[in-house]
Ligand binder design. Sequence first.
Ligand code: SAM
Ligand code: SF4
Length: 331
Amino acid sequence: MDPLVDRFGRVHRDLRISLTDRCSLRCTYCMPEQGVPWLAKPTLLSTDELLRLTEVAVSLGIVEVRLTGGEPLLRRDLVEVVAGISSMQGVDGPVEVSMTTNALGLDMMAVPLVEAGMARVNISLDTLDRDTFVRMARRDRLDDTLEGIRAAADAGLAPVKLNTVLLRDVNDVEAPQLLAFALEHGYELRFIEQMPLDAGHTWHRESMVTGQEVLDRLRTAYHLEPVPQRGSAPAELFLVDGGPATVGVIASVSSPFCGTCDRVRLTADGQLRNCLFAAAETDLRTPLRDGAGDDELAALFRASIGAKLPGHGINEPGFLQPPRNMSAIGG
Ligand code: SAM
Ligand code: SF4
């Protein structure tokens, strides 16, 4: 089948699947502390439904699948899902399966996940300070996160990538320490600008820690040199002290990379989103449950990609935060 190309010539090869909207943490920039409006159980895709939709996506040229959430480790069929997707054949060979996780419980799961075909993990780590962790994630679980990171590396999920969101006057001063930690252990650290996707709508452009600020903070301790050739990868990479180690900055807000976006997202309740910030979704669950054939489902994928806008529009007047928060979209 023809690949998933949008009106701007962007070929979509990367599918992000949110396995659940539930989470073991409550990061302030993502979820509310209480009163989370959970997705209704009957709306959640079963293992078979999820694999069927992934198979259709793979037939349309998807070669990389990233599992996310919410917290994907909370999904009981995770190993089965990984095994199912990693056994699919994309246009370039087996589909590559990776996961974005907070690593709570990964110490028990890393080996089974590798055995099921998981290729890589991105682990969120915003701080190395216990009090700051509690302040940001509203749970006292720093040690469990660190244990999960170690387990991922021990299980051979290399390179372990670490994702950090810096919040002003909370963990922004820690940028150089986080890089020192990553360098010491051979992890690849990437800083992500906070985006307006939190349930509490607390994002403010003025207080957001920009990618430029991150670099300024890191340069107080390290020499950074840009690595050319970004491709469709969102992270702008910098060689640290001459390399080979690198650090990444994902400046989604201050320096959007929508022009090279090759991603499409499937929510845990079977809605296709052509952008993190999309206002509209394409319902795949209803037709799937009504017995739609692969061609009909493929047409829905194409329609969604066909309607994709050139950019996320965060920096335009009239921008509206999507109704779903990050944990229900899948970052
Ligand atoms: N629970 C997993 C985790 O935290 O890695 C996976 C889901 S989480 C939504 C995926 C990524 O999105 C994490 O790296 C998290 O830091 C990031 N994220 C969440 N809310 C964000 C926001 N408002 N702006 C930028 N990144 C955000
Ligand atoms: Fe959970 Fe990840 Fe959101 Fe934190 S960022 S609340 S770990 S989904």
